[in-house]
Design a protein. Structure first.
Length: 354
């Protein structure tokens, strides 16, 4: 099977890179147009659908047809098929064909695009192979001109066996070189592709395929010297809880707030030591929000568990049912982190019932 994983990883990298190129074009036109009101989500909609259509089309084209194709993805074409959506569908199709033309591929019709998007309706599960895609992870970051990722992974018998994260706005050189200033220098090269295959480690390369390097998580073993990532948006994760945990651990560094699974990529190369995510009550995590990031960190030597220290289970369909959040760290920091997580969750729960 590992031979086919090689081929599948190659196809996944190609698909994610082409989708990233499409998203970059949409984001560029979005940022250049001053008339764009903040509430207008149409550019991200076009990029989202275009990215999913491209990934689906490339994977089906590149991979042998004897393996049944199954894609678990965020979008379906329902909204695009509604009356009044003709203009959006037309723009999605234009962007997709613009990218495919660069690959020497024949253009797709609007119907082909709708069909490609709809191949993402699979429910996943513990049998067979399923691709898992978030066509744009971090839509708020995308709209702000900040971090977002195209996240693609492959499940085999319910286990994540490979994954790629294309992060168009993540600088290639690690900001941890100078902890005091995390911003990239003005001439910094942006665009990182992280890829991982079970048992083979995690690699990072630039979008043009150069600078391929094997990456490892940070080896820092003292929480006081560590830094942690969390969601940019407080609506996505409890900043109060992660702040309390950091205090218990004695973390001195301010949290690094970043959108999307780009956090997993940054952690895999040692930009920080921990990532904490505690969604608000009632929220169910989807597998496409973590599958690619999970294997990218795991193959780089990191640990990813739920808040109770249990492994993540991707075999149960479209959702990850887990205990109150997700934590990521290296092996040395994880036991202490999990103890602080439990203590902090208890503390907040008892203070809210008083």
């Amino acid at each position: 099977a590992s031979m086919s994983y090689d081929e599948q990883l190659g196809a996944a990298k190609k698909a994610a890179l082409l989708a990233a190129r499409l998203c970059q074009k949409v984001q560029k036109s979005l940022l250049q147009s001053d008339v764009q009101s903040k509430s207008d989500k149409s550019p991200v909609t076009v990029a989202d659908y275009g990215s999913q259509a491209l990934v689906s089309f490339i994977l089906r084209n590149e991979l042998p047809s004897m393996i049944p194709f199954s894609l678990v993805a965020e979008e379906d074409s329902g909204d695009l098929r509604r009356e009044g959506s003709g203009e959006t569908l037309h723009r999605v199709t234009e962007y997709v064909n613009d990218i495919l033309a660069g690959e020497g591929a024949a253009p797709l019709s609007e119907n082909d695009v709708l069909e490609a998007i709809d191949s993402g309706k699979s429910e996943g599960g513990s049998e067979g192979q399923h691709w898992v895609l978030d066509p744009i992870d971090g839509t708020k970051g995308f709209l702000r001109g900040d971090q977002y990722a195209i996240a693609l992974a492959l499940l085999d018998q319910g286990k994540v066996v490979l994954g790629v994260l294309a992060c168009p706005n993540l600088p290639l050189s690690s900001p941890s070189v100078s902890k005091n200033d995390p911003r990239p220098p003005p001439d910094e090269k942006l665009g990182c592709l992280f890829s991982a295959r079970l048992g083979d480690g995690t690699y990072m390369q630039s979008f043009d395929g150069s600078l391929l390097t094997k990456v490892r998580v940070s080896r820092i073993d003292n929480a006081e010297d560590a830094s942690f990532f969390e969601s940019f948006e407080a609506a996505h994760s409890s900043h109060e809880l992660s702040g309390l945990i950091a205090k218990k651990l004695g973390v001195k560094a301010k949290p690094v707030r970043m959108d999307s699974q780009a956090k997993y990529g940054a952690l895999s190369r040692g930009d920080g030591e921990m990532y904490m995510r505690f969604p608000h009550e009632g929220y169910r995590e989807k597998i496409w929000d973590h599958a690619a990031g999970y294997i990218v960190v795991a193959e780089a030597g990191g640990l990813v568990t739920d808040a109770g220290g249990n492994p993540l289970d991707f075999s149960r369909g479209r959702y990850l049912d887990l205990e109150s959040g997700i934590v990521v760290a290296n092996e040395k920091l994880m036991p202490n982190l999990l103890r602080s997580v439990k203590a902090s969750i208890r503390e907040l729960a008892s203070s809210s019932t008083l």
